[in-house]
Design a protein around this ligand. Sequence first.
Ligand code: ADP
Ligand code: F6P
Length: 478
Amino acid sequence: MSRLIVISNRVSVPKAAGAAGAQGGLAVALNSALREHRGIWFGWSGQETQEFTGHLDMQRNDDVTTATIDLEPQDIDEYYNGYANRTLWPLFHFRIDLTEYNRDFGEGYERVNRRFADSVHPLIEPDDMVWVHDYHLLPLGSMLRAKGVDNRMGLFLHTPWPPTRLLVSLPFHEKLVTSMLEYDVIGFQTTEWLESFLHYVQKELGLKVNLDNSVSYQGRRVVARAFPIGIDHAEFTEAAASEEAQEAHDRLKSSVRGRKLLIGVDRLDYSKGLGERFQSFGRFLTDYPGEAGAVVLLQIAPPSRGDVASYQQIREDLERKTGNINGAHADVGFVPIRYVNRGYPRAQLAGFYRAANIGLVTPLRDGMNLVAKEFVAAQDPEDPGVLILSQFAGAALQLTDALLVNPHSVEHVSEAIRRALDMPLAERQRRHAKLLASVRDFDVIHWRNAFVSALEGKGNNGGRNAEEQATSASIKAA
Ligand code: ADP
Ligand code: F6P
């Protein structure tokens, strides 16, 4: 079996049991996927160095070997805070109003991608497969090819892919997307993002897309497919059954004193629709005044990308909204929104999910959304909570038995909360059983195997890809 060289901006070195879990779908998923596979996970340490040296810090932990490099302040500024998170992230989440174009960001992005290529190149052996992740590293494959790496190489994008009409607002978009065509496999979370990508390739690059969604480019065949990511269902179920989870569950349950509990767990990111979610909850309290005092929203939102202005703004905005809603609906001994800005160990998170009657997962745009899947996996099948899920999360294509909502409509979300609170036990059980089957069957191992076999050049499951299988499984179960 070939080794896997996984490359991503962020590398999560496995932590001691009980430590706060990695935050962000990519780190959580890759940690699980790599534990099963011999190989190396390469990327940025998250640390700063005054001058870039390319020194590799290698660690072996919990069966995962990590190799990390430190970056200079200018790199972090222009590449991570700049092009990745002020240009590509907002653009890929359809927020051209927040997208900043700055030549320095573009240069920093290229420089750091080249530094990644220089540093990882000596680790790559002839039979290795290279698997690159996310929008930080789109041109990395082409830079490795320029160094003579002819190994099988794949890219998986954890975010959405924007419609062509939005993407063309990015200066040098053709150069960026053309560089991606040096990979052998390009993976997306859903068929929606895949179709947008293929549309761009046809329309803007004038390339022909073959019937099997492959693109012929400079004598090579590039396969583009959807591989919906899943959670490590076995690991999460074990965490949910632990004593630590039970204690967290009991602590939270007793603190809400018989009230119904809604839970949200998200990085503090504008794409997660937290402001709209708070307003919808406020609307619910206004629509149903009898419920004030009877329902609590617990929002766990660890800070993210705090050096980027739009993230500082969303933080301030949420603090203001929480204050306003709590001010309007709180009473002596009761506060409707509990807003917590910290990370929790995964077992505790599982206990919190299980204590909730409703999981509120309402991003304005999301590549997939693993929190929705974790919420489902953590529920008690005999008395499960209800998942309210944004129609704009990639997960909505798969988790069709959730209550799907338009997160921009406070009325719609308020009605969904009403419906979820009133839902009879039999309906909750029926919906949960279908959701759980999909979360269990299309887990992170399934995702990894599907991508790796595409990277090995193997057939695509009798013509059906993972996205189609996941979707048809939920339809069959319905
Ligand atoms: P994204 O990748 O955009 O952050 P996802 O929903 O796909 O969104 O993944 C988020 C991951 O981060 C989930 O596995 C979730 O459990 C984890 N996470 C989010 N907030 C916290 C927190 N406060 N403590 C621990 N883990 C968290
Ligand atoms: O899953 C999407 C993603 O952007 C990952 O690429 C990233 O690691 C994660 O969210 C968390 O963001 P950051 O690494 O910027 O903290």
